[in-house]
Write a protein that binds this ligand. Structure first.
Ligand code: ADP
Ligand code: MG
Length: 236
């Protein structure tokens, strides 16, 4: 089943001097894929992620998510869809600093119908990233890698159709980065669709498909056959 389809998406910023951040991107991602997006700084990776995650809208072109075009939806409606269907992981973790791991992870469920089950769901998600022992800690008491695992648990708690991770290992050392990629790999094994932006080829090797971008365009789309598993020492 196709989860994501973009048709000729163009994104322009500014109205005087216009920056064209996406040049007409056409892309299909099936449910259950694990895709890495690579390319130099400024090539449009984050812009594409924002559009895929309903954080922004294309200037031209069409975006279908689960076969549906949400272009006519209001920003508030899109925010609801985002909360329900998309889990975001950012380079900088974006956790609430004075709030426990448990409450950070529960946050996306706050206004949802799953509110009643939120304690249980949060514990499940925290366990899935191996942080049960840290559940009452606040972010400042955790390493960067652990904080990013909390962010993944938060992204996961709503059982989203899609997990988008924009340079999730960018602030981590190689061991922390490897753990994050192993967790994403495990989640993909459980059926989650994952799109991860990275500019480290060692990180991208965890994905099953690598999209290469340059100057706002996709210039490469390659299936990775020889999957290198955790323990191969690729991130040492
Ligand atoms: P990447 O994530 O690959 O580094 P971005 O998607 O962040 O690239 O940026 C693509 C291009 O769009 C860059 O030239 C960047 O300067 C420009 N850009 C990104 N966001 C904005 C914005 N909010 N306003 C103006 N220009 C932007
Ligand atoms: Mg970026």
């Amino acid at each position: 089943m196709t989860l994501i389809e973009t048709k000729n998406i163009v994104k322009e910023y500014g109205d005087g001097i216009v920056t064209r951040a996406l040049c007409g991107v056409s892309l299909k991602i099936e449910k259950g894929e694990f895709v890495a997006i690579m390319g130099p700084s400024g090539c449009g990776k984050s812009t594409l992620m924002h559009i895929l995650g309903f954080l922004d809208r294309p200037t031209f072109g069409q975006y279908l998510f689960e076969g549906e075009d949400f272009a006519k939806f209001s920003d508030d409606e899109l925010a609801e869809i985002r909360n329900e269907k998309i889990g975001f992981v950012f380079q900088s973790y974006n956790l609430l600093p004075r709030t426990s791991v448990f409450d950070n992870v529960k946050l996306p469920l706050f206004y949802s119908e799953k509110m009643q089950k939120s304690d249980w769901l949060a514990k499940e998600a925290i366990s899935a990233v191996g942080l049960t022992a840290r559940i009452d800690h606040i972010p400042g008491q955790l390493s960067g890698g652990e904080q990013q695992r909390v962010a993944i648990a938060r992204a996961l708690v709503n059982n989203p159709s899609l997990i988008l991770a924009d340079e999730p290992t960018g602030n981590l050392d190689s061991k922390g980065g490897q753990q994050i990629m192993e967790i994403l790999d495990e989640l993909n094994g459980k059926g989650h669709t994952i799109v991860v932006v990275t500019h480290e080829s060692e990180t991208a090797r965890f994905a099953k498909r690598i999209l290469k971008m340059k100057d706002g365009c996709i210039i490469g789309d390659e299936k990775v056959n020889q999957r290198r598993k955790a323990g191969d020492g690729i991130l040492k």
